[in-house]
Design a protein around this ligand. Structure first.
Ligand code: AMP
Ligand code: MG
Length: 341
């Protein structure tokens, strides 16, 4: 039996936008959960101050309870209500980068139940840029917990249909705000340490942050063994289809590497930006721009498309090593599930 879909609400006229804001605020205010567009990826939203609503979020996603949720606010005043202290660095970052794809980790206030923060004393706060999401927060008047709207560890959603596919009618409503403009999850920076530390790379780069605060910013080293940020679990963001990152210098070379993985090329999908292989040797060849911003915007949707066609392997051309590709390298390396024999 086909999975039943949730109601998909459009916001493409000002009338529908307003009506949908009212509908979503009313669902969230009574403890419900809805799929909402943000500029990073789609989120599964609940009132962050309502413990029962947040519990159902964890259940729907199958998310481990130690993995904290990001709390979304509309403005600095609401951000300050969620935290114990608002350090100067937070003010500098908020003024220059918010609203936008950046989450700050700060000591939480009593307003935020500890279920939201996975038991940590800190909370991740973000002021998102998406106009619809902002309107919902402003009209609701409460902060919104919204992890990515996918089942735990699976591919993140950048379209309303990805959310509908993941949850079916286990949620009643998804708002269609078009394709997510950034396309990958926010940068997470921990401001409770000195120097501040990037826990998860994203669209906002380390050099930008360090310029904004006028000081150094470190990057979390996984080798430290401390699970500071569950977005850093080594397996995450994965398609259902086995996936591998490869570099190749000829078609023959690529062919051979695929066979070394125990797969056959004509059941393999290839996603590439530079060494575009010949189409007829593979089940499907997808091209993606060699530009980190455009690449980030498109990669999850491409992986969803591959997954839907059920190949036996997805090969992704290894991304460049330049710093502006670090968030993409991070996500792809965690999505990988196949090694060469
Ligand atoms: P998602 O909701 O899927 O975008 O994932 C949110 C991610 O933000 C988590 O997996 C963590 O990596 C990070 N995060 C949120 N809150 C905190 C926190 N209090 N401390 C550390 N990392 C956090
Ligand atoms: Mg996620």
């Amino acid at each position: 039996m086909a999975l039943q879909t949730p109601e998909i609400l459009s916001i493409d006229t000002s009338e529908r936008f307003e009506k949908t804001v009212r509908r979503v605020v009313s669902i969230l205010s009574s403890g419900g959960v809805v799929g909402l567009p943000t500029e990073t990826v789609y989120g599964l939203a609940a009132d962050a101050t309502n413990e029962t609503a947040v519990r159902s979020l964890f259940e729907l996603k199958g998310r481990p309870d130690f993995n904290p949720l990001i709390v979304h606010v509309d403005g600095i005043e609401m951000a300050c209500r969620c935290v114990q202290q608002w350090p100067e660095q937070a003010g500098l970052i908020a003024r220059k980068i918010w609203p936008g794809p950046l989450t700050m980790v700060l000591e939480k206030s009593e307003l935020i139940p500890s279920i939201v923060t996975g038991g940590h004393t800190t909370v991740g706060i973000r002021w998102p840029e998406h106009a619809f999401f902002r309107n919902v927060i402003r009209n609701g008047g409460f902060p919104i917990a919204a992890p990515s709207a996918n089942l735990s560890n699976q591919l993140s959603p950048t379209l309303a249909e990805h959310v509908a596919k993941a949850f079916g009618n286990r949620i009643s409503v998804v708002v269609d705000g078009g394709a997510s403009n950034v396309g990958i999850e926010s940068t997470v920076v921990d401001l409770t340490t000195d120097p501040p530390c990037i826990l998860r790379p994203g669209a906002v780069q380390v050099d930008v942050l360090s310029r904004v605060i006028g000081g150094s910013v470190s990057i979390f080293a996984e080798s430290s063994g401390v699970l500071k940020s569950p977005g850093l679990l080594s397996k995450h963001y994965s398609p259902r289809t086995p996936m591998i990152l490869l570099s190749w210098n000829s078609m023959h070379d690529l062919d051979q590497q695929i066979r070394e993985c125990g797969r056959i090329p004509d059941r393999t999908h290839v996603i590439s930006y530079r060494n575009i292989p010949e189409k007829n040797r593979f089940a499907r060849v997808w091209m993606i721009p060699e530009d980190p911003i455009a690449y980030a915007r498109g990669i999850y949707a491409l992986m969803h498309q591959c997954d839907d066609q059920q190949p036996s392997l997805i090969v992704v051309e290894a991304p460049p090593s330049a710093p502006e590709w670090s968030a993409i390298r991070d996500r792809l390396s965690r999505a990988v599930s196949v090694g060469k024999s």
